[in-house]
Ligand binder design. Structure first.
Ligand code: F6R
Length: 242
């Protein structure tokens, strides 16, 4: 695992650079997109490179990590809508090139299996962008998630619902209770993992991720077993590293 400690504004540039290099070398690459605040500046930097430097997503595909269950199709916090707004609508992805788990499917179990199949059919994810929760989750694999897990339905923990209430007008009651999420094994199948974390609130999770024992109780620690994982952290998020 490669750990890079850099000023907060440089982290996004480093992650965008990795995607830029990949797309220019292999325009048909498959990118794994994350929601949440951590990747927002990465998306801004990718948009800048698209607009000013000719970076193209026209032949690429992308898969999202997760989605809330039962959230209104037009809700601004539905992850599909967030990703559309933050990156998809601002670059040149082909129609239907970006997919996410269907949290409003009638048969959620079938939707999860279908999503796994789609990722495999696309040839797997080449580079997966990740954030990390304060409790060490990646995607919505909360503490206790099986390291062998695949896309499935999960219940969000109280901690994550509280963390995400800021996106729902600080009204906890509005935060969905369930989600569909890629599993830890699904994420581990990606060829390169690039995780971003900034701020003191992430310091304990980053400490566990890099220095803790591999454990389902800190799900991100599974990344220690990945052959190509990059962890991009600012000073505050790195403050508990030894
Ligand atoms: C979102 C996701 C989550 C977030 C994590 C960190 O798709 O998968 O694991 O990456 O909750 O969220 P932020 O970046 O908002 O601190």
């Amino acid at each position: 695992m490669e750990v890079v400690i850099a000023p907060a504004d440089q982290l996004a540039v480093l992650a965008a650079e990795a995607i830029d290099r990949l797309l220019r070398a292999k325009p048909t690459s498959v990118i794994g997109l994350a929601t949440g605040s951590s990747p927002l500046k990465v998306y801004d930097e990718l948009v800048r490179r698209h607009t000013e430097e000719g970076l193209s997503f026209a032949q690429a595909k992308a898969f999202m990590l997760d989605e809330y269950v039962g959230i209104a199709e037009d809700h601004p916090e539905r992850y599909r809508n967030v990703i559309e707004k933050e990156i998809v609508s601002r670059v040149d992805f082909a129609p239907d090139a970006v997919q996410g788990p269907d949290g409003n499917a009638e048969d959620l179990v079938a939707a999860c299996a279908d999503y796994e199949r789609k990722i495999v059919d696309a040839g797997g994810v080449d580079l997966q962008i990740l954030g990390i929760g304060t409790d060490g989750h990646i995607a919505f694999n909360e503490p206790g998630s099986s390291l062998a897990s695949r896309t499935r339905i999960k219940t969000l923990t109280a901690q994550t619902r509280e963390d995400n209430a800021r996106f729902f007008g600080d009204d906890l009651a509005q935060v969905p209770q369930h989600c569909l999420t890629q599993g830890l094994a699904t994420i581990m199948s990606a060829k390169h993992l690039v995780l971003l974390a900034s701020g003191k609130g992430k310091a304990e999770a980053v400490h566990q991720l890099v220095e803790g024992p591999v454990s389902a109780m800190w799900p991100a620690t599974v990344m220690q077993m990945h052959p190509h994982a990059t962890v991009l952290v600012d000073d505050a998020a790195a403050s508990r590293l030894q």
